[in-house]
Design a protein around this ligand. Structure first.
Ligand SMILES: NC(=O)c1ccc[n+]([C@@H]2O[C@H](COP(=O)([O-])OP(=O)(O)OC[C@H]3O[C@@H](n4cnc5c(N)ncnc54)[C@H](O)[C@@H]3O)[C@@H](O)[C@H]2O)c1
Length: 431
């Protein structure tokens, strides 16, 4: 197989022997390029981020020593609007990962047609090793370092893995101190008391459910009684589990970082949430019939499988064992291109991350709009608008996939990249 670095002119800051998630993204762009017609002359625009900022983030530790951390903000493309994308605090964050996540934001925002480009940020840190005070100092210093390029009309960060409402509140406050005015729209995913939006916490899981319902209808799978298996029981997986269970599906297996709980009759999701809140993980849940190890999860037969944890979980190694009809990618980048091909050959319908988990950024967009107008909507209004946008996006992607005879991933990329490159073409190149 040709590797991404053999086909692409790579910038000097990447290691051609280990492209990481950025290499996965480049392969996805290769698959869409033949479908872009005359716009393909602009495709190189998508293969390099517009702007990369690497920052040193020093903090004074509680014991008086000084620690330095590596931070990033990558703005992949801003042809259609300001940058938008989360901030991840994780010990394994790399430039390649932040670049890929920023590019997937470009595609995602265009796929649901919200007026944003794509961006992402991160700090290479394990936040569990920091006290609350240290975490606050880290967040504020990082915000100050990237304040050169963020802003309500430039680039709007949001939470991602290991960042939350509190981190967003500190980011907003730091930006307000630096700028000398209160700009609530500089970040989304804020607490409700600071201009956050109702429905934001549940938005990604809700969006996964809405597109899942559409995909199930296309596949002739009834939600009532459907067997659902979920990897990840956090913000995305936990909410999706509740919504599928409320709609009458049987959530037969849930896996988190400690293991897998199974109940063939359907796990009691409300009780599982209570258990996780108290015990910190699904392990030991009294309502489970069986506890399996991490790898056995992939062999469980289901109608709908939802990866909602980390990148690169479904691989060429476990894809042959997966027996399901529909995969809803709640996580970003959970399926490698090799696994994608294996599953497509097995007639599994994969609803890609750039469509399936776009509910979060859609309600972030609502939050930003509400902040600008200082006029806040009801939760019912937010959920209705979210459902409408996700259903429309699914229908458009489905139509492209049928017309061009391509997977839903390539169809989403066709729709999104066409929108991005049309904007680029009509704007023209500066100067
Ligand atoms: N939160 C959002 O709004 C949002 C939006 C779009 C995409 N995503 C993506 O969804 C994914 C999950 O995000 P989240 O916000 O739910 O995170 P989270 O931290 O709330 O939950 C993560 C879950 O994954 C589990 N997990 C971690 N490592 C695991 C492993 N090795 N094996 C099995 N399970 C493991 C954890 O136990 C936890 O249950 C990430 O890829 C994120 O980028 C999140």
């Amino acid at each position: 197989m040709t590797t991404a670095h053999q086909q692409h002119v790579l910038p000097s800051y990447l290691n051609p022997d280990d492209l990481g998630p950025w290499g996965v993204y480049l392969q996805q762009i290769d698959r869409v390029t033949p479908h872009l017609g005359s716009l393909s002359r602009w495709v190189e625009t998508l293969k390099r981020p517009k702007r990369i900022l690497t920052v040193d983030v020093p903090i004074e530790r509680d014991d008086g020593t000084i620690s330095h951390y590596e931070g990033y903000r990558v703005q992949h493309n801003m042809s259609r609007g300001p940058g938008k994308g989360g901030v991840r605090f994780h010990q394994d964050v790399t430039l390649s990962e932040v670049m890929a996540l920023s590019a997937w934001m470009t595609v995602k925002n265009a796929a649901v047609n919200v007026p944003y480009g794509g961006a992402k940020g991160g700090i290479r840190v394990d936040p569990k090793t920091l006290s609350r005070g240290e975490l606050q100092r880290l967040t504020r210093r990082y915000t100050s370092e990237i304040s050169l390029i963020i802003g309500p009309n430039k680039d709007i960060p949001a939470p991602d893995v290991n960042t939350n409402e509190q981190v967003m509140a500190w980011m907003m406050d730091s930006y307000a101190m630096i700028e000398g005015n209160l700009s609530t729209g500089v970040v989304t995913g804020k607490p409700i008391s600071l201009g956050g939006s109702l429905g934001r916490r549940e938005a990604t899981g809700r969006g996964v459910f809405v597109v899942g319902r559409e995909a199930a209808a296309q596949r002739g799978v009834a939600i009532e009684g459907a067997r659902v298996a979920i990897q990840g029981f956090g913000n995305v997986g936990g909410v999706a589990a509740t919504m599928f269970a409320d709609a009458g599906a049987k959530v037969i297996a849930v896996q988190d970082h400690t293991g897998t709980v199974v109940n063939e009759g359907g796990l009691d999701i409300a009780q599982l949430h209570k258990h996780v809140a108290e015990a910190g993980s699904v392990t030991g849940f009294p309502g489970a019939e069986a506890f399996l190890d991490r790898d056995a999860f992939w062999g469980i037969e289901s109608d709908i499988l939802i990866p909602a944890a980390l990148e690169q979980q479904i691989t060429a190694e476990n894809a042959p064992r997966i027996r399901t009809k529909i995969i809803l990618e709640g996580a970003n980048g959970p399926t490698t291109p090799e696994a994608d091909d294996i599953l497509t050959d097995k007639d599994v319908l994969i609803v890609p991350d750039v469509l399936a988990n776009a509910g979060g950024v859609t309600v972030s967009y609502f939050e930003w709009v509400q902040d600008f107008s200082s006029f806040f909507w009801s939760e019912d209004e937010i959920n209705a608008r979210l459902t409408h946008i996700m259903q429309d996006a699914f229908k458009s992607v489905w139509a492209v996939s049928q017309e061009k005879k391509v997977t839903l991933r390539t169809a989403t990329f066709i729709l999104a990249c066409t929108r991005v490159l049309q904007a680029r073409e009509v704007r023209g190149l500066y100067p």
